[in-house]
Design a protein around this ligand. Structure first.
Ligand code: HPA
Length: 237
């Protein structure tokens, strides 16, 4: 069974996909650009959530089509790779974190637009553990708990928003909760590894925050994340 990976800023130009075959898959929610790669002789289906040209902003990502594409290809385990800002001094940039829960209070996507069905959201604990164990066996430290706060994007947060979030969550990002929720609705397993690429706005007094720096920081963690993903894939044999 193929592993699904959905990545964004943290995996821009990843080497994992060097020999991947490109595909455009039509789903009832829209067409999804994806790559099918062989990693350690295992099939990996990779969806770049910002699209082929890395140009779709977070609030316009077609999450329903993306997660549906995994389902249609028979993928049952999905690892989301996301870039986050830290809400805590103790979680410095360049850390990796595998969140155990999330908060997402607005723009919650759903497949249940015409049926009265309420799933109980969450992350898949066995898959999360596989990510953490992969890191451990490589000597790559992954913070093994944390609450992810999802915002809508595309703008970053105000200082006041971050002051509120930091009381309840550890990292802030724009994607993970939507993917996890939709995966749950389709009965797929979803867990996440996030690269901590900055302190969120105002966490360090006087520190300026610029998206270009976030992208540059994410590229520094890419190699570590790739190693962890390869190790998870190896464990599938
Ligand atoms: N806020 C929201 N999303 C992010 C951030 C941030 O500070 N860093 C990386 N993704």
């Amino acid at each position: 069974m193929a592993l699904g990976i959905i990545g964004g800023t943290s995996l821009f130009s990843t080497k994992l996909l060097a020999d991947a075959k490109e595909r455009a898959l039509d789903t009832s929610y829209g067409t999804v650009y994806l790559l099918v790669a062989t990693v350690q002789s295992q099939e990996v289906v990779y969806i770049p959530r910002h699209g082929k040209e890395s140009s779709i902003p977070p609030h316009r990502i077609n999450y329903k089509a993306n997660i549906r594409a995994f389902k249609e290809l028979g993928v049952e385990d999905i690892i989301g790779v996301t870039s986050v800002g830290s809400l805590k001094h103790a979680i410095p940039p360049q850390s990796l974190i595998a969140p155990h829960d999330y908060i997402s209070l607005c723009s919650i996507p759903t497949y249940y637009d015409t049926e009265l069905i309420h799933v109980t959201p969450g992350l898949d604990e066995p898959l999360r553990k596989r990510i953490i164990d992969a890191g451990r066996s490589l000597g790559i430290s992954i913070i093994d708990r944390g609450v992810y706060f999802q915002t809508v994007g595309p703008r970053l947060e105000t200082r006041a928003e971050i002051n509120l979030m930091k009381e309840y969550a550890d990292v802030v990002g724009m994607n993970m909760a939507s993917e996890a929720t939709l995966a749950t609705e389709l009965g797929l397993r979803y867990a996440n590894i996030s690269t901590v690429d900055n302190y969120a706005h105002g966490i360090i007094a006087g520190e300026a925050l610029d998206y270009k720096d976030i992208v540059a920081a994410a590229s520094k963690s890419r190699e570590k994340v790739e190693k962890v993903l390869v190790k998870v894939v190896e464990g599938m044999k």
